[in-house]
Design a binder for this molecule. Structure first.
Ligand code: NZQ
Ligand code: ZN
Length: 386
């Protein structure tokens, strides 16, 4: 296990009716002007917008609306939000939505209090913002765990890069599983697979030897898989949605990462694919994971064997080490199909192969879990995914 420091700044209010129960007390701690930030309008059709407005008005707040945050939020949208927050001198940002709204607002909160361009600050000066407008997140679609940390994934359209940008930690997050009932089912599954991906990218990080963080991780992976299966049986299963919402938080609140260096190579590939195709995050990951793992399992044979047995219940009887590891990866792929997720980019509407080379050439290469990839290998993986 590596040395670590762990602190957790975000207060979580989990459960049905959590906003009505807890938001008033949180709002009482902040100033009068609140920026209500949201996406393309789903909160207007499912009643969450009206509920938020009522709570905000009852708390005596002046509401400034920042709407239209798109899935895979852009850096231009971040700048629009920051400009509005500065112009209106807002005291607090309430982000209401999925990972995209939460991500966008984490950077808006930081950009609003500095004249320096955050992108330049982080990627040219290699410095990180230290100040931000206070932020609260109301999660309406779970999976990314974005509300749990200060990292945001932003698409810089000018530079053709989708990558992690460091911004504000939310002071609190409201996780009400009931809010997820109106999320399109395809997105629910895509979000839940994202959670599984976060757990895997952490599990296969360094060190490879398992210890407490990995044992907790195995429980999170098994629970995510089991509850996706329950939702396939009954999409209205609120208990399963609740479990998945907490799995999502657990995968990103740092607990599983304690003592580990995470990998996130599948994410790096998917993010760059997103920069070129604006594809759905969880669905892109579903295609990439099994292909990536078949490329690297030999270098991490022990961990892939453990994954097969502990997560997928693969029987070891009569199998070689390679066969056990590969059976685990096949079980993952079978599960992806069972969940109705794509196994090839074509299945998700990416039919133009010419994007693969530029994606391979611009993907961040991580330190690697058991094997560091070369650009050529990333290109091969992308071609196999196609
Ligand atoms: O825009 P609205 O109208 O809100 O509609 C959204 C959007 O169309 C809809 N939706 C959300 N809640 C809903 C709902 N529809 C009906 N009822 C509700 N209650 O769902 C669609 C997708 O929303 P989005 O926020 O884009 O999805 P998700 O939560 O999967 O977030 C994806 C983004 O998060 C990034 C991804 O790369 C992607 O940009 N990630 C952020 C991470 C982080 N900060 O830690 C980690 C992840 O690895 C990920 O990269
Ligand atoms: Zn993800």
């Amino acid at each position: 296990m590596n040395d670590f420091t762990y602190a957790y700044p975000t207060k979580i209010y989990f459960g049905k009716g959590a906003a009505a129960k807890h938001l008033p007390a949180e709002l009482a701690k902040v100033g009068k002007k609140v920026m209500l930030a949201y996406g393309g309008g789903s909160i207007k059709s499912n009643g969450i917008y009206d509920e938020m407005m009522t709570i905000l008005k009852d708390a005596g707040k002046t509401v400034i609306e920042f709407s239209g945050i798109m899935p895979n939020p852009t850096y231009a949208k971040v700048q629009e939000g920051a400009e509005l927050a500065r112009k209106e001198n807002v005291d607090f940002i309430l982000a209401v939505g999925g990972g995209s709204v939460s991500d966008c607002c984490k950077i808006v909160a930081s950009q609003a209090v500095t004249e320096e361009d955050i992108w330049e600050l982080e990627f040219t000066k290699h410095e990180f913002p230290t100040d931000a407008v206070k932020l609260g997140v109301v999660v309406t679609a779970s999976g990314t765990g974005s509300e749990q940390n200060a990292g945001a994934v932003i698409t810089n359209e000018d530079k053709k890069i989708k990558t992690g940008v460091f911004g504000a930690h939310a002071d609190f997050a409201i996780l009400d599983p009931q809010y997820t009932m109106s999320v399109p089912f395809k997105q629910v599954i895509s979000g839940a697979f994202d959670t599984l991906s976060h757990a895997m990218e952490t599990y296969f990080g360094k060190p490879q030897e398992s210890f407490l963080s990995d044992e907790i991780n195995e429980a999170v992976m098994r629970n995510t898989i089991a509850n996706i299966r329950k939702l396939i049986e009954n999409p209205d299963d609120l208990e399963a949605r609740s479990e998945l919402m907490w799995d999502s938080a657990m995968a990103e609140n740092g607990i599983l990462k304690i003592g580990k260096i995470t990998d996130f190579q599948a994410h790096q590939i998917e993010h760059q694919l997103g920069a070129y195709t604006n594809c759905n995050h969880g669905r892109g990951l579903a295609v990439i994971h099994p292909v990536l793992y078949r490329h690297i399992y030999k270098e991490g044979l022990e961990k892939f064997k453990r994954f097969a047995v502990a997560v997928w219940n693969v029987s070891t009887a009569g199998k070689s080490d390679d066969e056990i590891a590969l059976a685990g990866i096949s079980a993952l792929e079978d599960f992806i199909k069972e969940a109705g997720l794509p196994t090839r980019f074509r299945d998700m509407g990416i039919t133009y192969e010419d994007v693969l080379k530029p994606v391979a050439d611009s993907t961040n290469i991580t330190a690697g879990c058991c094997k560091q990839l070369t650009r050529e290998e990333i290109f091969e993986i992308l071609q196999e995914c196609f």
